[in-house]
Design a protein around this ligand. Structure first.
Ligand code: C5P
Length: 304
């Protein structure tokens, strides 16, 4: 039986600047993405009776049971989109093994969609040009194009327009998860409420962050981490402010909320330093905590 396995990383935002709500409901962004070494894996195999189906596996500490297995599943939508584009009629069965927290602000669903595009393209032999794959990714969700690309990149538009970023150095990120996920649209609505009277300015990537990335200076990078959604998410989950503070007290070089939250990120310089900061957070009874290197590559075939 022919199967294709693709691995796809979590994303974090080193900075996330958010502008005023657009007429289509999305917000203009200027963000710097980094892919980090927490992975979802998608195995694409032949469809049962020519159908599209999806099964989800992984540790329940990552809330895997919250991932839908019906037509709303983003990986399934990705497979259907690619099939429709090429007139493929054979269907596919996708098995997703989660390593990225569900609804954590780390683009787990987007990673699965990117992985499904790559896996189905190989399974069906459709050989989609990269540019077309990127366009389909953008149709599926704001973070999906970045999940295909990985590394460190600038995202504009609603996050779907990707340009390479000059970046030096590699880092270790400690990720503090939260038992219950947060809804991205809800956090954006809270952002709109905060800025109700005074609309935020058009977003632009902070020059200081780009300079920090070019220099590879970890102290500078830590100081330049920023997220415009953080005040909104903290209004919905005030306890996250304390968690971010604990990480800094535990010697992290920087602390920031990941995307729309609730995962918290802590910047460290080595695996050993990451283990120390993770242990410090666990000492406060916080968790689950994991750590991963960044940047890493985007979605890629690991078993053809
Ligand atoms: O594009 P994606 O499906 O990931 O977006 C999920 C939701 O997040 C959107 O429906 C919208 O409410 C919000 N969003 C936004 N502005 C963005 C990206 C997402 O308002 N740039």
């Amino acid at each position: 039986m022919r199967e294709v396995t693709v691995s796809s990383p979590a994303k974090i935002n080193l900075s996330l600047l958010v502008g005023p709500r657009r007429p289509d409901g999305f917000h203009p962004l200027a963000t710097v993405y980094q892919a980090i070494g927490l992975y979802d894996q998608v195995v694409a195999g032949p469809g049962v009776d020519g159908e599209f189906s999806v099964a989800v596996a992984g540790d329940e500490r990552l809330s895997v049971s919250q991932v839908p297995t019906d037509d709303s599943n983003l990986a399934m939508r990705a497979a259907r989109l690619l099939a429709a584009r090429h007139g493929v009629e054979e269907g596919v069965h996708l098995t997703i093994t989660k390593g990225i927290p569900v609804a954590g602000g780390m683009a787990g669903g987007s990673a699965d969609a990117a992985a499904a595009l790559v896996a189905c393209d190989v399974l069906w032999g459709t050989r989609t040009p990269r540019k077309e794959l990127m366009a389909m990714a953008a149709e599926l969700g704001s973070d999906v194009p970045f999940s295909l690309v990985g590394g460190t990149a600038i995202g504009t538009g609603r996050g779907e327009i990707i340009a390479p970023a000059m970046a030096r150095g590699s880092y270790w990120w400690v990720v503090l998860e939260s038992g219950t996920g947060m809804s991205t649209p809800e956090v954006y609505r809270e952002f709109d409420r905060i800025h109700g009277d005074e609309p935020p300015p058009e977003p632009a990537v902070p020059p200081e962050l780009m300079a920090a990335l070019r220099s590879g200076d970890i102290e500078r990078l830590g100081a330049a981490l920023s997220n415009d959604l953080q005040p909104a998410a903290l209004r919905l989950r005030p306890e996250l402010a304390q968690s971010l503070g604990y990480g800094l007290e535990g010697s992290a070089h920087g602390a920031v909320l990941s995307g729309s939250g609730p995962s918290c990120l802590f910047l460290t310089e080595s695996e050993l330093h990451a283990i120390q900061v993770a242990g410090w957070l666990k000492g406060y009874g916080l968790g689950p905590v994991s750590y991963a290197p960044g940047p890493v590559a985007g979605a890629r075939v690991v078993k053809p």
